[in-house]
Design a binder for this molecule. Structure first.
Ligand code: NAG
Ligand code: NAG
Length: 184
């Protein structure tokens, strides 16, 4: 008896949240039926790739757009390759596009605002968006995944980053990323 009662309650709740609150065509917003959550299951995907930050050479993929040295406020625009392995010439699986900026006055902490756009396999054309603090001197840094597109719609999760190598002369680096993302 108790279980059939809670079942009824569940259906009742579902009906409550699925009734559109606004139905006017001229309204700019509308509460949709909960069809996405009812018909598609959430998945967790794990991604592993290397971020190739290249400031040196003829064709740098990271460019300083403002600032002095690596001082506070210095900002870079990037279109860095994401590769399968740590080597620079490893197979490209996507690109990291966005900016990172020296966001700490007395520390080495970056604000990263980056879209990882994938170009290989089933994730070709899908992307995830990362925004977070990157305290680059730490062995492993965690940054939030705040959204996604394509197969990563409604994406959320976290990225773990670890610098594999860094050239202090040029600023070039190869960074390992493990990303866990929940999406539909
Ligand atoms: C990825 O998608 C683009 C656009 O649809 C296509 O041109 C390209 O060949 C695809 N790449 C791979 C590796 O499937
Ligand atoms: C990523 O995951 C692999 C496999 O579990 C592990 O060996 C590596 O240390 C992880 N790296 C980071 C930055 O989390």
């Amino acid at each position: 008896m108790a279980s059939s009662h809670s079942h009824t309650l569940f259906i009742f709740n579902f009906l409550l949240i699925s009734i559109p609150i606004t139905s006017s065509i001229t309204s700019f917003s509308e509460n949709l039926l909960e069809t996405i959550t009812m018909t598609r299951m959430e998945k967790t995907s794990h991604l592993h790739f290397y971020f190739q930050d290249k400031l040196s050479g003829k064709n740098p993929t990271a460019m300083k757009i403002i600032g002095d040295g690596f001082g506070f406020g210095t900002t870079f625009m990037i279109d860095d390759a994401l590769t399968q392995g740590p080597e620079r010439d490893s197979k490209v699986v996507g690109r990291a596009q966005g900016t990172y900026a020296m966001a700490a006055q007395n520390d080495m902490a970056l604000l990263m605002v980056v879209t990882f756009g994938f170009t290989e396999g089933k994730y070709n054309g899908s992307s995830i968006s990362m925004v977070g603090r990157n305290h680059v001197v730490d062995d492993v840094r965690e940054m939030p995944i705040v959204g996604g597109s394509g197969l990563f719609r409604f994406g959320r999760g976290y990225a773990l980053a670890h610098t594999v190598w860094f050239d202090p002369k040029t600023g070039d680096a190869s960074v390992e990323y493990n990303v866990s993302v929940i999406h539909f």
